[in-house]
Design a protein around this ligand. Structure first.
Ligand SMILES: Cc1ncc(COP(=O)(O)O)c(C=O)c1O
Length: 410
């Protein structure tokens, strides 16, 4: 392959990793997540997403297996994020009316009887697109309102998709982290409910419910794995924005496989590589990134880790990678153009970066040192999660057809 330059991919082994302990995993146990899943499943459109086995790609890259969990098929919304929104909104309403979420179904929450108890509510969130669409979708389905703020530079295609769910949505002049602060202050003034995928002091329950909502992806994975393969994965590559997705998916896998849990590898864009910088930093606390964070991986353009995600990922991750946009574009092209009978996967910018990375790790001599350190070899069983499809179709086509963001053009 065309050798990637050092600047394309940077890596850091996590020296803060600690021995296995169930301490930070208690919110993600099989029994906790089963409860979340029971509620999500009450939605008539709930369907498990496919776990795709790319045997030819695995052979080409010299590993035993590559599995891709394809979240582009989730609820017809082209991304996984709705799993968090639906559970957080449902759980919030359940608490409001003093009921246990286990005793409620999605249909019942829509009923006039419940609506009378809650009144019409407004949910507010800040988002690159996917999370906001999930919140707007859940609010509309349950007969409530939503307000969604998007960071500067967000895709107008993604804005339209959120508006189509009935939300008041706008692209602000702020980056993601400041848009979150804006949403929170507007909520205070107007009595709206913040449904945010990251936590801060005094705002911890709803972000946790969102994370628990994501963890059902892992519940599905372990069940699907048992059917198609006897062995658990050896490595899982997880893309991170604030880290809620990566940490909750990892937490469930870790508590399930216990000492045999796969190596957890966090992947971010250069422009928002807060986990990478935090692993690089000697201290125990996390680092943040500010500024515009201009990357095609819009879903990952978050500069401040969710503290709870940090607790999990700093404890259990093996390493962190920081990638430029060419690695994400490469992943889009690989998944969209499979070898032989491997299934085609349409993967958007934030979904594809882990595929681009594993390709480079196995093909690029400059990365052999880290490949060795991570023990990526012919016995590796790699798990990737395609977190979004072509949520911005025009950009997807431009990238794949015109070959924008080529590896050499950096
Ligand atoms: C498609 C996609 N993948 C991954 C992520 C990362 O999730 P988190 O911010 O929880 O780390 C996001 C976040 O918006 C996303 O939209």
């Amino acid at each position: 392959m065309q050798q990637t330059k050092k600047e394309n991919i940077q890596w850091q082994i996590n020296e803060k990793k600690k021995p296995y302990s169930s301490k930070v995993l208690h919110d993600f146990t099989n029994s906790e997540i089963k409860r979340v899943y029971q509620f999500q499943k009450t939605h008539p459109l709930y369907n498990e997403t496919p776990l795709v086995r790319l045997s030819n790609l695995a052979a080409e890259l010299g590993v035993e297996e590559i599995f891709v969990k394809n979240e582009a098929c989730r609820f017809g919304l082209n991304a996984f994020k709705v799993l968090g929104g639906i559970y957080a909104v449902g759980k919030f309403l359940a608490e409001r009316i003093g009921r246990d979420i286990e005793s409620l179904s999605f249909e019942e929450l829509k009923s006039p009887k419940i609506r009378e108890l809650t009144g019409e509510l407004t949910f507010i969130s800040a988002t690159d697109g996917n999370h906001g669409r999930g919140v707007a979708w859940a609010a509309r389905e349950l007969g409530h309102k939503s307000v969604i703020y998007m960071p500067k530079g967000s895709s107008t295609r993604r804005l339209e998709a959120i508006k189509a769910e009935g939300a008041h949505a706008e692209i602000t002049h702020y980056n993601y982290d400041d848009a979150v602060r804006l949403a929170s202050s507007h909520a205070k003034v107007n009595g709206w409910i913040v449904i945010q995928d990251t936590s801060w002091e005094g705002y911890e329950d709803i972000p946790l419910w969102i994370m628990q909502g994501y963890a059902t992806i892992s519940k599905e994975i372990v069940e699907q794995m048992e059917v198609i393969s006897e062995e658990p994965p050896t490595h899982v590559f997880l893309q991170a924005g604030v880290g809620s997705f990566a940490s909750s998916v990892a937490a469930f896998l870790i508590q399930h496989y216990r000492e045999r849990y796969p190596k957890i590898i966090v992947v971010e864009p250069h422009q928002a590589n807060c986990f990478y910088l935090s692993f690089k930093n000697k201290g125990e606390s996390f680092q943040t990134v500010s500024g515009d964070m201009d990357t095609i991986m819009a879903g990952l353009a978050c500069g401040e880790p969710n503290p709870r995600a940090w607790d999990i990922l700093s404890h259990f991750s093996e390493a962190s990678f920081s990638c430029d946009d060419s690695i994400s574009a490469l992943g889009m092209r690989i998944l969209g153009n499979p070898i032989g009978k491997d299934q085609r996967i349409i993967s958007g910018e934030s979904g594809s970066v882990t595929t681009g990375l594993i390709y480079c790790l196995t093909k690029n001599k400059a990365l052999f040192e880290v490949k060795e350190k991570l023990k990526i070899n012919e016995k590796s069983r790699i798990l990737l999660i395609n977190t979004e499809g072509d949520t911005d179709e025009a950009h997807y086509r431009k990238t794949v057809w015109e070959g924008t963001y080529p590896l050499t053009n950096i």
